[in-house]
Design a protein around this ligand. Structure first.
Ligand code: GLN
Length: 460
């Protein structure tokens, strides 16, 4: 993934410009990732609905099987980045990996657009392989724009993360509309996702030479610098930082496990238990997922300003403290789900505000954990492991996706009281995530001082 160590890089070969202050390469990476996420989240928004649909040309599986399959898909989409990163790192560089990845993803979506079962499997396989090549490399390249200690790094990751969500937002709206509209249908939505990916790819190919010069080339050019750096064991401080980072990565698993209910159980909740009629128009269930990305785009600058304001007073919370807050917010979001589910269990369609409230809190939590985490990976990892650790960051999400899918697949069982009984109905299912998130919050708070010591001053 990293074709050269961060410290050996020119600052992205891109001077800070007066108005933007960030390297211009960041905005290219923003736009390319935006289109990739457009395709990823657009397709993801309708995937379980398509799999479980039997009336409009879907696969007609049970919701439980659809959720389990969705978890497996998420697992591969986030696990393969480890391999994609390795290949980029060792052989082809991040630039080429992104192009191969983008092409493979687009091919995957176009296969999905063909209504035949073998094409469905082939399409998803291509999407996950392509994502493996694409996803971690684009994040690592953001890190490669900066030297160690450059104060713009956190801000850059926040901006980049907004790109992720602008893409996700429009992907969910566009693909959700095509997929759920009686006029169009699922396969048009998959096609639209493919077109989005092609836009991103075209942009990258046209502008990379200009805005990302010398970044992400195949590794042979920097082999010497690399060999020099990989010689010698890690220092004690580097080992400490690595330990802290690994524990933090591990602790993101319960976060994404709960958060990723969005694509499965919460998507079904939107489709079946929510009143989606506004002024006589029934909006697509998948649109509710875009509340996450929409709220994120609006509130990311506020969070960035909050951290800066706190930092100015010398009171910026450490990363473990922010992550603990993220878990509390997530638990709070699921309290909304418990309350909404409880009402829906009485057999009425509930207000969409329950889901909107849940997604808004989840988003605030995401802002306390995800962009900060990406930045932290590039700050804490010893240079020679930077790419591998970015892959590991996503690998943790892959475990979460698997667990999320498995849990979503038992929604019905829990709701019927076959496993345990608290309030009864689906409320019990969502209460699982209130509990897991609260426990993770406590674990993070307890570990925080231990983690901070091991970060040796790079803890905010
Ligand atoms: N929304 C983020 C993205 O798609 C989440 C990634 C993750 O680490 N789970 O980039």
């Amino acid at each position: 993934m990293m074709s050269a160590p961060i410290a050996e890089r020119p600052t992205g070969a891109a001077p800070a410009t007066g108005v933007l202050r960030q390297p211009p390469g960041l905005y290219l990476l923003f736009a390319v990732e935006m289109w990739e996420r457009f395709s990823y989240y657009g397709m993801r928004a309708i995937l379980v609905l398509f799999i479980a649909d039997s009336a409009r040309g879907g696969l007609g599986w049970s919701q439980s099987a659809a959720s389990r399959f969705f978890g497996l898909y998420g697992f591969f989409a986030y696990a393969l980045p480890v391999a994609g990163g390795y290949v980029a790192d060792r052989f082809i560089g991040t630039q080429r990996a992104m192009i191969i990845g983008g092409l493979t993803i687009a091919a995957g979506h176009f296969c999905l657009a063909v209504p035949a079962l073998p094409m469905f499997y082939l399409g998803l396989t291509l999407v996950v392989i392509g994502t493996g090549f694409f996803k971690p490399n684009v994040s690592t390249m953001v890190g490669q724009l900066f030297r160690q200690g450059d104060g713009r790094r956190d801000g850059a990751f926040t901006i980049f993360y907004m790109g992720v969500n602008v893409g996700a937002f429009f992907g969910q709206i566009v693909c959700g509309y095509f997929g759920e509209s009686p006029r169009w249908g699922w396969h048009y939505a998959f096609g639209a996702a493919g077109v989005g990916m092609l836009f991103g790819l075209a942009l990258h190919m046209r502008l990379k030479r200009k805005y990302l010069p010398g970044i992400g080339e195949a590794p042979d050019r920097q082999a010497v610098a690399k060999a020099k750096l990989s010689a010698g064991p890690l220092t004690r401080e580097e080992r400490d930082r690595l330990t802290a980072l690994l524990v933090i990565i591990l602790l993101t698993i319960p976060f994404w496990m709960a958060f990723e209910q969005a694509g499965s159980s919460m998507n079904f909740f939107a489709a079946e238990r929510t009143n989606r009629v506004v002024w006589g128009y029934t909006f697509p269930a998948s649109w509710l997922q875009s509340v996450n990305s929409g709220v994120l785009i609006l509130s990311a600058p506020l969070f960035a300003a909050l951290w800066t304001a706190l930092a100015r007073r010398g009171r910026e919370p450490s990363t473990p403290a922010k992550m603990s807050a993220a878990m509390v917010l997530l638990a709070g979001g699921f309290v909304f789900m418990v309350l909404g589910a409880e009402r829906s269990d009485r057999g009425v369609l509930v207000s969409p505000w329950w889901l909107i409230g849940a997604y808004a809190l989840h988003t605030f939590g995401e802002l306390c954990l995800s962009p900060i985490g990406l930045s932290l990976v590039t700050k804490l990892s010893p240079l020679k492991f930077a790419s591998l650790l970015m892959g590991l960051w996503f690998f943790a999400t892959s475990i979460s996706e698997l667990l999320a899918g498995q849990l979503a697949s038992i929604t019905g069982k829990v709701a019927r009281g076959e496993l345990f009984h608290l309030f009864g109905g689906q409320a019990d299912f969502y209460f699982i995530f209130v509990t897991s998130s609260a426990l993770a919050a406590v674990a993070l708070a307890v570990f925080a001082p231990w983690l901070r010591r091991r970060m040796h001053g790079r803890d905010t």
